[in-house]
Design a protein around this ligand. Sequence first.
Ligand code: BGC
Length: 909
Amino acid sequence: MKHALVLLLLAPTLFGAAAIRPQQLRSEYRANPQGIDVTDPRLSWVLSAADPKARGLRQTAYRVIVASSDHALGANTGDLWDTGKVASDQSAHVVYRGKPLTSGAAAFWKVQVWDQNGHASGWSPPAQWSMGLLHPQDWQAKWIGHDEPVTTTDHRLAARLLRKEFQVEKRVRRATVYYSGLGLSELYLNGAKVGDHVLSPGLTDYDKHVLYVTFDVTNQLAAGRNAIGLMLGNGRYHAPRLQANTRNFGDPKAILHLDIEYQDGSRSSVVSDETWKLSTAGAIRANNEYDGEEYDARMELPNWSRASFDDSQWEPAHIVTAPAGVLSAQIAEPLRVTETLHPVSVKMLKPGVYIFDMGQNMVGWCRLRVSGPKGAQVTLRHAETLNPDGSLYTANLRTARATDLYTLKGEATEVWEPRFTYHGFRYVEMTGFPGEPTAAALEGRVVHDDMEKSADFTSSSALLNQIHHNMFWGIRGNYRSIPTDCPQRDERQGWLGDRSQVSRSEAYMFDVAAFYTKWMTDLADSQKPDGSIPVVSPNYWPNYYDDLTWPGTFIFVHGMLYDEYGDKRAMERNYPAMKKWIDHEATFLQDGLMPKDQYGDWCVPPEDPKLIHSLDPARITDHTLLGSSYYYQLLRTMARYARLLDKPADAADFDARADQVNAAFQKHFFKPAGNIYDNGTQTSSILPLYFGMVPPDNRGAVFESLTRNIEQTSNGHVGTGLVGAQWLMRTLTDNGRADLAYQIATQKTYPGWGYMVEKGATTIWELWNGDTADPAMNSGNHVMQIGDLAVWMYEDLAGIRSYSTRPGFQRAVIHPIPAGDLTFVKASHKSMYGTIATSWTRDAGHFTLEVTIPPNTTALVTLPAQDAATVTESGRPASAARGVKFLRIEPGGATYEVASGTYTFRSTF
Ligand code: BGC
């Protein structure tokens, strides 16, 4: 009896219940993506523990089955691919090596894993992906639209409506629509919107790539007569400004291919061509991303995307010139409305003029709820801040009008939101509202690339928490299928310099792998044949200066993708382009130094609150110093990539060239008397220190002169612009002055992120003096000055970072630094392998660290301790704890090798 009981208890392990379960399946970054054009997609899964208390869980083998139907998958028939049992711990980026995938093919898959004891899990929940149209000839469709001669410099076109009716005679098995509507489009089938994308498709250089999107519309088709309606807006294809420097690609146009597979095995398709009908007489009278949308509800064409609508007054669609770019699948997440805010107040400024406050500087648009007489017009103007008299402050929007206009049709309650514009705003001015509006008249619709959120940071510092909040809102607000500089004024461009290390900060806020992979394609697309990369990409503003500092982002981001996601594919693909650019830049070297720096340490805190750029020579870092130190670091980074890609000769060459640059750099800029470089700005020390250029004998002294500058000249405040800010926090912390980094981060006086908070900011400003500066350049929502602040919060304060040779957090380095007066930090990061979490507190010389390491990963855990003997884990000596192995004790703390699981360490320090 007793034996039987023991056996029963042991049964799950004896008879093979695995301790891990595969979940959250992703194919080429996304859960169940439709219409991808990667023919060897990478499959990833996350392992969850059957018992949350278990430790040391690992995958030792997997089996993936990919089937051409869900039926086959259910029967465990991998007719596309069956890996069989593969002895491997790989659970991320398993490359599909099955039968070739053809255009439109659907793939259904699941995975089974074996744990550290060799026990097999059950099958994961099923997942799927589908292929896009892989060859130009698959598109039996033509580009259609309505081209108008370009007449004015402020060309606000009415939206184009395109429609087509078709017959469905047989029972449908599967229907898939592939389409691209440029600049922006919304698709309707039988009166209902297809999907939930907004501002779609993503931005590209339309001469190089044009993105299409794919939807399974099986359930939206009806038996008999059907209708498709496609609405086209301008986006950036028809440039928001037809000024000299802005590229204009033409008038809106679309291509669409609907593929219908019937139950009987036959197929038919509906494609865009001259048989479609077109109208420009719908309700969207004008649309422009910067200026806003004008909507006249009296002109709505009810049921225009349903069968039986009378389109006899519509003209035939014109066949228009195809964009030059290659049609490619949109793989990154689309933009969506991700959240709805409700105004925190409505105030009457004067009769008929109301100011709504959303309580948060947000990006998107408003949804209006109104009733009133036909023809009444409600105007919504948007701004980030208010003038002292309570009116909208719009000077910093430059020429962007940020104004939406709604004309009522005179029905009971009219609910409207724009489609083809977006604004950066906290405040909305409403005029023309019939009667007196309440807060319910407007909602704030938050719009951005809908990437999975991974941000989760709280600490004992309310200020730091608010700064984290401001970064989060600033970062999400600047995702518009490219990372923009700002969302409100007439720029909104993909400025490269702004994202150098900020992109790494972002990786702790959102899953940016697919997003940045796509932007790297944009950057490669922007490269000129001679190798030059512009400072803005897609190059809607073709600004090619052969600058070193801004385009350096092209190199750095590939390292972020590797470190944070273990993803080498973009690096591999773009390596030749990166190398070409590095070599192009080499032609500008003078006496071994790199003079190519266009913008300097952009926006250092100026001496005069009104200034945009400092005029004080002591605050300005020399261009050649910036260019040369960046070039050095870029060469070193390229050497690292060359090694990762198994190109040792390239690696040696890049390293040798880096050494040469540094030799010239030291000779030219080092001032031994003060242990400074050149004029000794903060940035001029930060770069050589962080990049490892300073000879070992001088390091200590150079670092000391940097901290002296911060403490004495800047009084413990930030003294860098965009360039220095990318490396500031890590330079201080890596060299033992986390306390100073913390002091800078939590200053409430000018300049600093805390100063912005004190002044009421809910995002991050472009300028440290954004409250007082010249309106020509003072966006309230720029991310460039975030620099490495979020990297520091997650990697240093929370102590969660990826191990360089087992990237993507397959192995984590857990090393929290209790800086300043912080008494606790709690954070987590959602990685490819699952969520890594830390939570630490300290009181009276004791440090407690709770840490969670997901299954199939390991960690090196370091916590402050004077003596390893005092360290416990769950109450017993840490060195004896399950899943824990003591490695060493150093002045920095005690270090342990830790297997997956949740641990509570406690030390005395
Ligand atoms: C943009 C910046 C950009 C800078 C460079 C500004 O107008 O908003 O973010 O990096 O120009 O010139």
